[in-house]
Design a protein around this ligand. Sequence first.
Ligand code: ZN
Length: 165
Amino acid sequence: MGSGTPDCEGARFGVDAMLGRLARVLRLLGFDTLYFRDEDDLSILARCLADRRILLTADRSLHLLAKGWRLRTILVPSERIDPWEFARLTVEDLGLEGCVRPFTRCPKCNGEMEMVHRDELVGFVHPYVWHRNEYFAVCKECGQIYWEGTHVERIREKLSGNRSK
Ligand SMILES: [Zn+2]
């Protein structure tokens, strides 16, 4: 813990097909996360190796295979984990708390998002939403528009979790 500044650029993840919700949460937190929906094991491993991604999988044999490839890999105990809780623990474990950047990455496609003033988005979002938000996050890849509203706060809340134990 506390060993200097974390390598946020290097904090990239690959998530296997059973863990779609976890992939979404990691993206919401701002982490570059590939979600392998149909890829076979070898393609997944090759991609993670090429990008230096940390592989998160609930598949024990894939996890072992990844170890053989000397990939950083984390075995997710079950596909039914609470994705927020698991993401929080993973971020903590890896010392990446300082790398969390809510709403910088599109939960849908992993594209980078930029903040856009509402004046540029007249007619693109419902007037009700438009009036209540000055800035919107727009995905540079797929064009999806998100508004912070209470989302960012909720993310922080969920990430801080319930620490009583
Ligand atoms: Zn997108």
